[in-house]
Ligand binder design. Structure first.
Ligand SMILES: NC(=O)c1ccc[n+]([C@@H]2O[C@H](COP(=O)([O-])OP(=O)(O)OC[C@H]3O[C@@H](n4cnc5c(N)ncnc54)[C@H](OP(=O)(O)O)[C@@H]3O)[C@@H](O)[C@H]2O)c1
Length: 259
């Protein structure tokens, strides 16, 4: 399927590894020029080289902390008027909510809510003027079904979802869409951290921790990041202009509700 976005310019935040990387790769395969981002300069350079080699697309690495004003400025210096913005960031560590002091709570809300709003503020007006814009926010299945120890993540991301629900409708007539991808369990470094945390907390082996997680997924497996990237690229496609304000769970059927 030709996604109709060849030549479009994309910023994919937090994309040197994991789900962000998979989204950047799928957009590059669709012919986009992609700005990728991460804090570890070496990892980022390696990813940029791999993506360019795999897709021949123009890949621009911007080594920066997306949560900082300087980091956001660097992203927009590299791509002043993106057609596509994928908001992503690292998630907070697993923690009992009793351990969260005020600063940790504020940091979590900044990382998983405020940063996406700030970046969207910077990107959206040129999108509206051009009558094309695709904004995809990577949140989490925990927005719909809580995961113990990730309460801060769930709360901040649910806040982002509600915040953008209204904004999405305000720009829909200009062919600018804002959607959400809600990952379940995907095979990334972050997921590996989850397995290791479970091992330590429960005193079980890595195999047992993984098997326990997979047992809760009707698909009986962990997701492949490339599956996630493909869904992102479709939401960014020309054809997806009538899909906005939606939350797409990609979790192998783990969320048990009909809606
Ligand atoms: N994988 C899953 O199963 C799953 C499930 C639900 C939700 N999620 C959420 O989806 C998002 C992506 O997860 P993932 O599994 O892809 O994580 P990951 O494998 O740990 O990758 C995270 C990526 O984000 C970058 N990053 C982290 N903090 C950053 C910052 N402040 N500025 C710029 N780049 C930053 C990392 O690079 P550097 O470290 O070099 O900066 C890396 O490229 C997270 O918010 C996670 O909580 C994941």
């Amino acid at each position: 399927m030709d996604l109709g976005i060849a030549g479009r310019k994309a910023i994919v935040c937090a994309s040197s590894r994991g789900l962000g990387r998979a989204c950047a790769k799928a957009l590059a395969e669709a012919g986009c020029e992609v700005v990728i981002n991460g804090r570890d300069r070496e990892q980022l350079a390696a990813t940029a080289a791999e993506l360019h080699q795999a897709t021949s697309a123009k890949i621009t690495p911007v080594a920066a902390d997306v949560a900082t004003a300087d980091g956001q400025r660097a992203l927009f210096d590299a791509c002043p008027e993106p057609d596509i913005l994928v908001n992503n960031n690292g998630g907070p560590p697993f923690r009992d909510f009793r351990e969260l002091d005020r600063q940790k709570m504020l940091d979590g809300v900044i990382a998983n809510m405020v940063v996406a709003i700030e970046l969207t503020q910077k990107a959206i007006d040129p999108m509206v003027a051009k009558k094309f814009g695709r904004i995809v926010n990577i949140t989490s299945g925990s927005v719909k079904a809580p995961i113990p120890g990730l309460d801060l993540s769930s709360g901040a991301r649910a806040g982002l979802t509600a915040f953008f629900a209204g904004v999405a409708r305000s720009v829909a007539a200009a062919n600018v869409t804002i959607n959400f991808l809600l990952p379940g369990a995907f095979a990334t470094d972050r997921f590996q951290t989850y397995v290791e945390t479970t091992m330590k907390r429960r005193g079980v082996s890595a195999g047992a921790a993984l098997a326990e997680r997979v047992a809760a997924v009707p698909a009986q497996r962990v997701g492949d990041p490339e599956e996630f990237g493909a869904a992102c690229a479709f939401l960014c496609s020309a054809q997806a202009g009538y899909i906005t304000g939606q939350n797409l769970l990609i979790d192998g059927g783990a969320f048990p509700g009909a809606f």
